[in-house]
Ligand binder design. Structure first.
Ligand code: FAD
Length: 393
């Protein structure tokens, strides 16, 4: 029988890894992807949907391309992992045996990180930090907000998926409101002193949405906020304020199955070997994407895709004897601030024994000409097209 690889999670990390394992091994490996959803909705570009630049269907991708590459799809959840006997228990009741396991479950939310909020309140105060119905809900709330109302975002502490994501989201919502509800106000409550691409966002907000957006960092009471979903209030420095829409993005941890598998450290993430993305506590289990704690790479789809290819190459080498090249990683995060006003930040990375380390980085600059910003935006459209094809086939 062929060596068996089980991949848990069909996002950018898991789907890329499964597809590359099947495709590059030419049928020498038995690859099964465990993913309960028949279709995947990308968080990346979901802010552009909020801003009216993409339709929802353009974010949705299926797994036919993986099946065509030879991946077996198990449309259910992984419920348990026994690393001693190398078995995964599925929600369907089946058990899968593996020679190598890949886990890429993305994130879950840390309970109690925003006092007053739990997942049970997500219909009233959506997170929209996992794409799908939550994204649509948030958009409909913004669209039906009363004239002059307040949109409030409770931003997450580090580390979280997509460092510039909350601020791109604010930009896109400001763009929408400028057209439909110009007297509306946006309030960001942030536990961080500073955030990704801050100078670029601040400049863009000043230019495109003057007076609309207020950011309160921890010094201004934006840190330890409480929310009251029943009355649509946020409590800042002991003072309750009524808001009209409240987007709560809680603190994050690795997707639950990583914890169940006994792979997380006290931070809630999975420490991995920078050379291969294998777990530090079990060389037979690889953890890629948001769930991993690897060093300098931001939690992004680009990173997950890059890490997945390194893991796939290593696994194939171990199981089929194919050549394993030294690991290299890259990432770029684009953000759209206003129509055709795109910015980016990125780096290339190399493994050291301690971590995946940034070796060369770049970032857009304030005051760039409109032409360059437009080119950066167009580059991001090409990236979305390219990476979704690379992930899903
Ligand atoms: P996920 O994409 O979360 O995939 C995990 C998959 O695992 C899911 O399909 C889930 O159903 C499945 N799963 C979980 N548990 C189980 C289980 N027990 N059994 C079976 N399956 C399971 N990144 C970029 O690169 N560029 C961007 O512009 C960008 N913009 C973003 C904007 C927003 C608003 C947000 C929220 C994120 C953005 N990101 C962006 C980040 C990006 O979406 C994530 O980093 C990426 O999705 C991580 O991929 P992943 O495979 O680790 O996890």
């Amino acid at each position: 029988t062929k060596p068996r690889v089980v991949v848990i999670g069909g996002g950018p990390g898991g789907a890329t890894c499964a597809r590359y394992l099947a495709k590059d091994s030419g049928g020498a490996l038995d690859v099964t992807l465990v993913e309960p959803n028949a279709r995947y909705t990308t968080c990346f570009f979901s802010n552009l949907y909020l801003g009216g630049f993409r339709d929802f269907d353009s974010l949705v991708h299926g797994y036919d391309g993986l099946a065509a590459a030879g991946v077996t799809i198990a449309a259910t959840t992984a419920e348990g992992v026994d690393r001693d006997t190398r078995r995964v228990t599925l929600g369907s009741g089946d058990v899968l045996e593996y020679d190598r396991l890949v886990i890429s479950p993305g994130i879950d939310f840390r309970d109690g990180s925003v006092p007053g909020w739990s997942l049970a309140n997500a219909e009233v105060m959506p997170h929209a930090w996992k794409a799908g119905p939550q994204t649509k809900l948030l958009k409909s709330m913004v669209e039906s907000m009363r004239q002059g109302g307040t949109f409030c975002m409770v931003a997450p502490p580090n580390p979280y998926r997509c460092p510039p994501g909350p601020y791109e989201r604010v930009s896109m919502i400001a763009h929408l409101l400028t057209q439909t509800n110009p007297t509306a106000r946006i309030l960001i409550l942030d536990p961080k002193d500073k955030y990704s691409k801050q100078a670029l966002f601040e400049e863009g907000w000043q230019t495109h949405y003057p007076g609309m957006i207020e950011w309160l960092g921890p010094d201004m009471g934006g840190g330890a906020v409480e929310v009251r979903p029943a009355t649509m209030e946020v409590v800042i420095d002991g003072e309750a304020e009524k808001v009209d829409v409240c987007n709560v993005i809680p603190a994050q941890i690795a997707g639950r199955i990583a914890e169940i598998a006994g792979l997380c450290d006290e931070t809630g993430w999975v420490p991995v070997d920078p050379l291969s993305m294998a777990s530090r506590v079990d060389a037979g289990v690889f953890v890629v994407g948001d769930a991993s704690a690897q060093g300098d790479m931001p939690k992004s789809a680009f990173s997950a895709n890059s890490q997945a290819k390194v893991a796939a190459m290593k696994i194939r080498g171990e199981l089929t004897g194919s050549r394993v090249f030294p690991a290299k990683y890259t990432n770029t995060c684009w953000s759209l601030i206003a129509p055709k006003d795109g910015v980016k930040v990125g780096a290339s990375y190399e493994p050291t024994p301690e971590k995946i380390a940034s070796v060369e980085s770049f970032i857009s600059q304030p005051g760039e000409p409109a032409e360059l910003r437009r080119a950066t935006y167009e580059e991001s459209l090409g990236w979305y097209q390219g990476i979704t094809a690379d992930i899903f086939g």
